[in-house]
Design a protein around this ligand. Structure first.
Ligand code: NAD
Length: 390
């Protein structure tokens, strides 16, 4: 019966729907935030969608500060700068507004501003999160503008450690935003490359969660419906960014992926994290490159599960049919088939490949891959993704 011992966590209040960004002042009041720091990234800060959102706050006479020094794959220097602004402005909460980078950094500012230990002490290892002073964590309202990471409904945030060149997952239950406003209209302006990469991130979350071992039928159910939404809507959102139905379904799929992956992730993420940290690649696009190679590697453990998934998706041919569907989707979205296709002028010597395999083995996603991973196995998957051999 030990198989049936499990822990299930479900997300937070999500106000989902086109136009619901107008509820931001109300959401702040509901979350108990009187003087928020609005955290976004510099690209978004220049777009009308940030200006129009700030106008909503002005109209409601909310006093706020803005912080946008957030680079993609954010680093500790971004966090420290944000904390300084949070403290100087005497803010009492955060609006995290943007893709995974701005969402994660906004969440981390709210989390870390009141802590005395270094942020790395709260890495997602064992019960390290209990080291945090939970009472000192400020509330968060999250507003996603991409549809992929699902960080808006997650209890973790990713921060790159520039000293060790590793992507670290910081975990605390109170990193979960108090309220999410998921307004699909905010994602309409995403360029096709980001639409594809973030959408494939959502697919990677659902797929890896579904394939992860462990008893979590709720996560499994969410993951398979999340995958259906991605297969049916991502090509539409990619082809026509103004397709609001496709955008809405993708925003839902992203939240579903992050809800499902509390069950676990796997080798796609184990490899994507070190590659992202070393080459600063887009996280979702890197996942998309690794996906078919990891699927092929995991086949012995997941063939039957994937067969059931294929039946649900209406895909013929069981595992092989599903693998073909993934390849077809990647091609449609112009995802590079190999790592050198993603990283221009890539030259990886033996030492560098060994380092990536070693970092991947140490990644927290590794433990929940359905086939036990070794350094040799990860090096093999990496090699296949360089050669393009499936
Ligand atoms: P991102 O946040 O890095 O954004 C990518 C680019 O898209 C930026 O230039 C941004 O300005 C632009 N952009 C965002 N929304 C836009 C819009 N509506 N219109 C036009 N441009 C827009 O990309 P992402 O893929 O959303 O996030 C990636 C980050 O999230 C990585 O750091 C990754 O490690 C992290 N991540 C976190 C989790 C988690 O659970 N917390 C999960 C997966 C990934």
């Amino acid at each position: 019966m030990s198989k049936f011992f499990s822990k299930w966590n479900y997300p937070t209040t999500v106000r989902f729907g086109v136009g619901r960004i107008s509820e931001l002042p109300d959401a702040l009041a509901a979350a108990g935030i009187k003087k928020p720091l609005f955290v976004t990234d510099p690209g978004l800060a220049r777009l009308p969608l940030v200006a129009s959102t700030l106008k909503l706050l002005d109209a409601a006479k909310v006093i706020y500060g803005v912080f946008s020094d957030v680079r993609p794959n954010p680093v500790e220097a971004n966090l420290n700068a944000g904390i300084a602004v949070f403290k100087a402005g005497k803010h009492d909460g955060v609006v995290a507004f943007g893709g995974g980078s701005a969402l994660d950094l906004g969440k981390l500012i709210a989390f870390q501003a009141g802590q005395t230990r270094p942020v790395w002490d709260f890495e997602d290892v064992g019960d390290w999160w209990t080291r945090a002073d939970a009472a000192a964590i400020a509330p968060i309202v999250a507003v996603p503008t991409t549809a992929g990471t699902g960080s808006e409904v997650g209890r973790a945030a990713v921060l790159t450690n520039e000293t060790t060149h590793t992507k670290k997952i910081i975990f605390h239950p109170k990193l979960l935003p108090t309220i999410v406003i998921a307004d699909p209209a905010l994602s309409v302006g995403m360029p096709p490359f980001i639409t594809a990469g973030t959408g494939m991130d959502a697919l990677a979350h659902c797929l890896e969660a579904y394939c992860a071992p462990g008893f979590h039928p709720m996560a499994d159910g969410i993951a398979i419906e999340g995958m259906r939404l991605v297969f049916e809507n991502l090509p539409k959102a990619f082809a026509d960014g103004t397709d609001i139905v496709a955008r809405a379904n993708m925003m839902a799929a992203a939240a579903m992926g992050a809800t499902a992956f509390q069950k676990g992730l796997g080798a796609i993420h184990s490899l994507s994290h070190p590659v992202g940290a070393l080459y600063d690649t887009h996280h979702g696009m890197t996942n998309a490159v690794f996906m078919p190679y990891v699927l092929a590697f995991n086949r012995p453990a997941v063939e039957e599960r994937i067969g059931r998934l294929s039946a649900y998706l209406g895909v013929k041919g069981g595992f092989d049919g599903f693998a073909r569907t993934v390849l077809k989707l990647r091609k449609e979205l112009k995802v590079p088939h190999t790592l050198p296709g993603l990283i221009k002028d890539l030259s990886m010597d033996k030492k560098r490949k060994a380092l990536i395999a070693e970092m991947a083995l140490a990644d927290p996603s590794t433990g929940s891959n359905p086939v036990k991973l070794t350094k040799k196995a990860l090096a093999g998957i990496l090699e296949n993704s360089i050669e393009g051999s499936l």
